[in-house]
Every structure is written in structure tokens, then in C-alpha cells.
Design a protein around this ligand. Structure first.
Ligand SMILES: *Cc1c(COP(=O)(O)O)cnc(C)c1O
Length: 393
């Protein structure tokens, strides 16, 4: 990924020329492979929510610029969701901001909160937009590597503490974590919160998979920990929770001073987005618990199907406690280079996956790991598993 083919791309973004997703999705099309690379569902969310969007569109709600902070119905629904789920109280007028997906929320938060040269600590492997947004904001990313520990990837708290310097401005947290499927525990979050308070750090926490936690894992928002509410920008999104990733409705909650800062940056990115969809998402957030439970149960079954298939195919399989991704280890297959493996996999097995190394600064730390998405129809996953088992010979 050099800039030689992009002579006009500036130095800040030179290393972010193209994403692996474009290359892998093109390979999937060329080879007729099943694409378990990119993480979007192949089935739309609830019909009643789709209908709510149609109704809003027909009724002329949101067809013109909605209010900058988001439509009041949605801001109220977001505040009610945070209250109902987590007993977090936010004022819909001053402490909630609607964004063009979590992607814009991340960009706006970093652009608003960072001074040039500020250091941002983020876990690697990290979601791909983090590094680019830190760079656009003129910040310096400081990765702290999540390492395999038994059947999951864990944070080394001493390493995290050691990464904080006088120039550290912000911790960029993601739980449940893409791509590892790790959900931070109460003890880990307590330690992160104590560190943030002790070193007076801001925290931006990406919790877009808050409703996708499995088994005995529990999603605990960082903002609920002592001393955190007023130093934390919490990011959510309708895309992953309601299976409408194309609608691009996300949000930010936090103290008035943090939210107004993020709003200042956001107004010059998109200004506003997704007018009619905002009304539909307001209805989605108010769906009864049974929706969320059924969604989770469906995804858990898909996780189990893909995880056991990958294990039978010979992969090392890490346990996904949250998100809709499985990270695997290809070394049991006699492989060590995830890039080469993923480039060859479409020809070898008719399946596309993503090499986790693209989510690392320390690429060697991620070399043998490969990510598969399981937010696909059961029949698609079954066919993928059948194909992958051919690898085991
Ligand atoms: C998908 C994803 C996002 C982006 O969410 P949008 O609402 O589609 O912009 C942000 N963070 C993580 C970790 C994601 O997986």
C-alpha cells in the first residue's frame, strides 16, 4: 500500500491508499467465492423498521435537512435506550448527537478532541478507520497489542499503563472488539477507567456491537464506571444492531462539553445525514427486548456453526464473546502468512476472509490470524464450511 500510484494523496493519508476489503471483495467476485470478508449482513433487518423508513419518506419526514444534532425523536430514543439498558442518563438536547454512522462519529470525535501531535492509544488489531482518522486529525497513534491468551485475545494492562505518556490525550477503546471478538471484562474496564482518571485522559469508546454479546459475556459501557461519564464519548450505531448498515445512522453520547465539541467537527463533515432513516431508527431502538434476544440467539447459532466448521477444517479458533467475527489461527494448517493465505483462499476453497495483519502496526504480531464474518444466511455459512473442510484434505 504505497502512494506511488496515488501521487496526489497527501503524506498524512499515504499509507491508507486502499483498503484490503476492496481487493478481497474483487477477488470474491472474480472467483465466485463466498465473501466472509466484509462484515455486513446478507439479510435486512426487521420488516416493520423498513416500513417505518418508507412511512417517514412518504410523510415527508426527514426528506429535507434534519436538525444538525439529529431529529428530536431519535435523540430521545437514544437517551431512553442508554437509560433502559445501562441506567445512564443523558439529556437528549445537549448530550446526544446523531451522526452518519459510527464512522463519522469516530472521525468527528478525533478531529474535535485532538491537537496536532497528541498521542492516541488504541488496541491493535484496530478497526481500520481509527488509524486513518487519527492521522487526519494530526494525532499519533500508539498501539497496544491484544495478545492471544488461551481461547481469546486479552489486553495486557501493564503494557497499557506503560503506553501512557505526557503527550497522551485520549484512549480509543472498542468493546465488543472487532476483529478479535473479545469483550472487555469488568476488571479490565475498571483498570482502564482508573488509568483514565489518574492520567486525566479522554476516552472515545466504540460500542457498536453492544447488543452482540454471547454466552456469559456482558457489555459494560465505559461511561458507567466511576469518574468516566464526563470524560467519555460513547459511540453507537444502528447498522450492526438492526442489520441496516447502509442507512448510516450512528450516535454519540457524552457530557455537554464533549458532545458540543464533536458536533462542531461533525457539522463540517456531513452536516446532517439519513433524514428519514433517523425516524425509523428511533422506532427500532424502542423495539422490545424480544427483538434483541432473538437477534442475539440467531447470531450465536451462526457463530457456533462457523466456529465448529472452522475447527473441523483445521483452523485454530478463538472464542467470539461479542461481534459477528471469528478470528482464527492458520498455523495448525501449516500456514503462517495470513496475507498469502487470504489471497490464495478464493482459488483453493472458494471463500474470502481478511488477514488480521491489516489491522496492526506490528504486522508480525497479526501475521497468522485471519478473520471470518458470520453475519450471513445459514445456508451460506453451511456452504462455506463445506468448502473450507476441503482444506483439511
Ligand atoms: C462497522 C463498524 C463501525 C462503523 O459503523 P457504521 O455505523 O457503519 O459507520 C465502527 N466501528 C466498528 C468496530 C465497526 O465494526
Amino acid at each position: 500500500m504505497t502512494s506511488t500510484a496515488r501521487p496526489h494523496l497527501n503524506r498524512r493519508l499515504a499509507e491508507f491508499g486502499t483498503t484490503i476489503f476492496a481487493e478481497m471483495s474483487a477477488l470474491a467476485v472474480q472467483t465466485g467465492s463466498i465473501n466472509l470478508g466484509q462484515g455486513f449482513p446478507d439479510t435486512d433487518g426487521p420488516e416493520e423498521i423498513r416500513e417505518a423508513a418508507v412511512r417517514a419518506l412518504r410523510d415527508g419526514r426527514g426528506n429535507q435537512y434534519p436538525p444538525g444534532p439529529g431529529v428530536p425523536e431519535l435523540r430521545t430514543a437514544i437517551a431512553a435506550h442508554q437509560q433502559r439498558r445501562y441506567a445512564l442518563t443523558y439529556d437528549p438536547d445537549t448530550e446526544v448527537l446523531v451522526t452518519a454512522g459510527a464512522t463519522e462519529a469516530i472521525a468527528a470525535a478525533l478531529l474535535a478532541l485532538l491537537e496536532p501531535g497528541d498521542e492516541v492509544i488504541a488496541f491493535e488489531p484496530y478497526y481500520d478507520s481509527y488509524a486513518a482518522c487519527i492521522a487526519m486529525a494530526g494525532g499519533t497513534r500508539v498501539p497496544v497489542t491484544l495478545r492471544p491468551d488461551g481461547d481469546s485475545f486479552r489486553l495486557d494492562l501493564d503494557e497499557l499503563r506503560a503506553a501512557v505518556t505526557d503527550r497522551t490525550r485520549l484512549l480509543l477503546i472498542n468493546t465488543p472488539h472487532n476483529p478479535t471478538g473479545t469483550v472487555l471484562t469488568r476488571a479490565e474496564l475498571t483498570a482502564i477507567a482508573e488509568l483514565a482518571v489518574e492520567r486525566d485522559l479522554l476516552v472515545v469508546t466504540d460500542e457498536v456491537y453492544e447488543h452482540l454479546v454471547f454466552d456469559d459475556a456482558e457489555h459494560l459501557p465505559l461511561a458507567t464506571f466511576p469518574g468516566m461519564r464526563d470524560r467519555t464519548v460513547t459511540i453507537g450505531s444502528a447498522g450492526k444492531t438492526f442489520s441496516f448498515t447502509g442507512w448510516k445512522v450512528g450516535w454519540v453520547t457524552g457530557s455537554p462539553s464533549l458532545v458540543s465539541a464533536v458536533r462542531s467537527a461533525k457539522q463540517f463533515l456531513t452536516y446532517v445525514a439519513s433524514g428519514p432513516f433517523q425516524y425509523a431508527v428511533a422506532e427500532a431502538l424502542a423495539l422490545p427486548d424480544s427483538y434483541y434476544e432473538a437477534f442475539r440467539a440467531d447470531m450465536r447459532a451462526k457463530r457456533d456453526l462457523l466456529a465448529s466448521g472452522l475447527a473441523e477444517a483445521g483452523f485454530g479458533v478463538f472464542r467470539t464473546a461479542g461481534t459477528y467475527f471469528i478470528t482464527t489461527d492458520i498455523r495448525p494448517l501449516g500456514e503462517s502468512d495470513g496475507f498469502a493465505f487470504c489471497r490464495a483462499l478464493p482459488e483453493r476453497a472458494g471463500v474470502v476472509a481478511i488477514p488480521n495483519a491489516v489491522f496492526y502496526d506490528h504486522r508480525e504480531a497479526g501475521a497468522p490470524f485471519v478473520r471470518f464474518a458470520f453475519c450471513k444466511q445459514t445456508a451460506v455459512l453451511e456452504e462455506a464450511v463445506k468448502r473450507l473442510k476441503a482444506l483439511a484434505g
